[in-house]
Design a binder for this molecule. Sequence first.
Ligand code: GLC
Length: 750
Amino acid sequence: MLTKTNNPDTSAANEARISDLLEQMTLKEKVGQLIQFSGFYDVTGPAPEGEREAQKHRLLQSGIIGSMLNVVGCDEVRTFQTWAVENSRLGIPMLFAYDVIHGQKTMFPIPLAEAASWDLDLIQQSARIAAIEASAQGLNWTYAPMVDVTRDARWGRVMEGAGEDPFLNAVIAEARVNGFQGDDLKARDTVASTIKHFAGYGFVEAGKEYNAAEIGTVTLFNTVLQPFRDVLQATNPRSVMNAFNTLNGIPATGDKVLQRDLLKEDWGFDGVVVSDWASAIEMIDHGFAEDSRDAARLAIQAGCDVDMESYVYLDHLEDLVVSGEVDMALVDDAVRRTLRLKLELGLFDDPYRYLDRDRERELLLSEAHLEASLSMARKSIVLLKNDGDTLPLRKQEKVALVGALAADKDAPLGNWRAQADAHSAMSVLEGFERAGLEFSYSEGVSVQVGEAGFEYPVMVNTGNRDGIEDAVAVARDVDKVVLVLGETARQTGEGRSRTELGLPGLQQELLEAIYAVNQNLVLVVVSGRPLVLSWADQHVPAIVQAWHLGHRSGQAITEVLTGQENPSGKLPMSFPRAVGQLPLYYNHLNTGRPNRREQVVWAHYSDVDNSPLYPFGHGLSYSTFSYSGLTVSIQSDHIAVNVTVTNESEIDGEEVIQLYIRDRVASIARPVRELKAFEKEMLKAKSSLVIELKLSARDFGFYGPDGAFRLEPGEFDIFVGGSSQTSLTQTIRLSSDQLRSLGQRSEIMK
Ligand code: GLC
């Protein structure tokens, strides 16, 4: 069993209670527990209409439905919970889920921005606060963290995850699960977490939303599944959400090998598998299910416990059991998992435990929570370039601030913003004002025409250039121009795949018009994904990646630009020179022709340099760090990697010391580098630290084409530095005996 259950006595008592309940339940009541309806106002997928909606209302009123999503607020939740507890025969309480992705009411930076902080404590705190606020609004289940490794910034949902590396995804997801669930799921300020999407959604072909994912076994096990198994090994997420996509031809929702054989049997997951929104019935469109009845059969047999908003379990599951096409034991197992979660959350003890209106009034958007969001935002900002120490801005410098996104109070809230009030973030312009800076402002060009909700396309401004002239005038005679350009909130997230990754609309035109009159530029990029910044890299001396940073975005960005905060973020995703390079990732294979040759016969593009514009793990500081004294030694139960890091500058600063390995020769080709450990440390000015990073035997192993874990002897290069491109390296040789003895002492999972 990989998954840690709660205290064994509690588990035994819970299981006995569930068995007793199952004995009493009718088949209809059991099926009801496996149905999840969305609330009626905040929908995150295609919503039902007409008679189907009336039927939904009747069923909810009957109290037979097991869970809901998108119902928020103590009063709203109480209404539905009262129906479940008082109107139904057995009074089984409901679960209430919501997409609390980067905050409930207080918005934190989007998950990809938080990942750029590499600060696991702050990330855990962010999830902790999100859980406190979500539970204060009656919720007890969040559909987060997303654990999809992503290598293609064309996919709009890269904003929701932790980027391209499986190890970084795993440790960040662990921090988030622990933040959401805390130490006690029965506590009123903790919620059940959901690791999602299982599996392969981050690998949709060409980054096209909902597209097919074709993933070979080696990549599937070593990159895509690895973070899920690591999170399950290290923590206890109480639910898993499957996925819309087909994985190698099989819709994840109907994939038995994935959900039942691997997740539930091999990995021992004892929580709830919930479908994605209508993903069960969408198996018809996939051409995998004949009709909705077939979809119900395929989903339950594959191990999908709860059907979110596709009605196939409602319409057919009872009949499938009665006809013998579906074994009652499968339904019982799914119901047991659902009831187990309700018991673990304490909902049977007190179904109204999350419905304290005083908590709702006092805890949402508190100053302490906003302060925590600011701390997270500060550490998520990545300084990509800073030629000639253009930054930080000097007090005496005359500054112009340009760009619609500089005054935008909505973009920093990002997509998947739960209950945040629109236009409620602090803008950069407000941050400048708050800091007492002297500056002039001009919008330049608008990015988005009108408002855009979660489900509708953004209208990008491609025709109105009126503001460029004024912006050029404002920029002409100042010492520095700070341009804030990039994506609005709804240009990222679900349904927001793009084929081009330049600055949307007329922003590039604005940038070049400003450059024509003043070359002392600072570009602040606001986006939910890596954009193509090649022109800016060649022309703009300072570039800051500021993502969508939540409620205190403007203050965090201002503090970094003025030097009050020394930037310490590192990229969790590679930034491409051109969109044609995608998918792009640092942990790639070497190929048989990796080296430049005179002829064209080597692994490259003829029109763009192979390398990323900014690599994974890259991020500058106002300090200057150097590395020396790298040593690698084999200890009894681990490999010790020691290095001295020095802050050569007069400015205190934080550095993320990263450790990568390369398996030089193995039974399958291995990546040129793989992140295996890191530490974020504060180094005082003119000081040094000796850092020890540890590697276990497992860090040297991998899953072969047969999906089996392997440890093979040989030479391994160890790299340590402030980016995946570091050249500081040592090589070690590990024999079979050494690996075996290391493996026996350190925990190796199969
Ligand atoms: C959405 C997303 C999923 C989310 C669910 C409920 O379509 O794919 O991540 O949790 O529906 O909102």
